[in-house]
Design a protein around this ligand. Structure first.
Ligand code: ZN
Length: 274
């Protein structure tokens, strides 16, 4: 993936321009990536919100359920995604940051055997995850992000870090606590930071670098694929939680594993066991 003239290359992202920007970033910016969820059921409704002149909101990139990217504001221009926000000694973070919106409904409410989003759509049990928000004390239910989305966000952040002077990755919930809960606990925000901004911390965590020999599936359903990428086809039905895995190798955040069959799974959904 590459960025040319502050836009993602055509083969990697659609570009649907919104005029909702405050103009160019100042020198030395953007230096923060802000992760959000859209709080919507699909890409289309989020895109139309960001195009709607009566709503003061926009973002640089949207990440659809299948991982596909839609850019709406060039990366050299300020978008309107953070609102009232604070990070270290700075406020009003739109002026410093790139906004990435991941299509996801957010918090779900249990309703019998399934779950309901705030906009009234039903979600089956397999699409929900129970987890505790970093700003809350009790566990709640959240829509799971897809493997393709998370893979896509990791790759997008990586190219943004390589192109702009990015020093921080934050969640909206961290810069606007009390007002915002996105991206929520279903999103692996700490992993993202650890993986992409760990340059200076690497030496302290050599254990992280070692590939474990065994592990178990740490997700409700984990796709097993023919190669180390969410773009590769699955080779068997999704593995269920706690399926034991023998880990044969590692590549780009993916493990080659052996269970009843051999294939590749995203390493972040495997809990090591030794
Ligand atoms: Zn947000």
């Amino acid at each position: 993936m590459k960025i040319i003239s502050h836009k993602l290359e055509k083969e990697h992202a659609a570009f649907i321009e919104t005029k909702k920007t405050s103009g160019n970033f100042k020198a030395g910016r953007p230096d923060i990536l802000v992760i959000h969820y859209t709080g919507s059921g699909n890409l289309e409704s989020a895109v139309s919100t960001f195009l709607d002149p009566s709503v003061s909101a926009s973002a640089h990139v949207l990440v659809d359920k299948n991982g596909q990217l839609t850019q709406m504001v060039p990366f050299n221009k300020v978008a309107w995604h953070a609102g009232r926000s604070t990070h270290l000694d700075r406020t009003g973070l739109n002026r410093y940051s790139i906004g990435i919106e991941v299509v996801n409904a957010g918090r779900l409410t249990p309703a019998g055997k399934s779950f309901v989003s705030w906009f009234g759509r039903k979600y089956p049990e397999e699409e929900a995850i129970q987890a505790t928000h970093r700003n809350e004390s009790e566990a709640g239910w959240w829509e799971q992000f897809t493997e393709a989305q998370i893979d896509s966000v990791f790759r997008l952040c990586k190219v943004l870090i390589a192109t702009y002077p990015i020093k921080y990755i934050v969640g909206h919930e961290e810069i606007s606590p009390g007002r915002k809960i996105d991206p929520g606990p279903a999103f692996p925000l700490d992993k993202l930071r650890e993986k992409l901004l760990s340059g200076s911390r690497k030496d302290d965590t050599p254990a992280e670098e070692k590939t474990p020999e065994k592990g178990v599936v740490n997700a409700t359903a984990l796709n097993i694929r023919s190669g180390p990428s969410a773009q590769r086809e699955t080779v068997a039905p999704a593995l269920t939680r706690n399926t034991p895995l023998k880990i044969l190798g590692k590549e780009n955040g993916w493990y080659r594993v052996e269970t009843k069959i051999t294939g590749w799974v995203a390493a972040r959904f495997v809990k090591p066991e030794n």
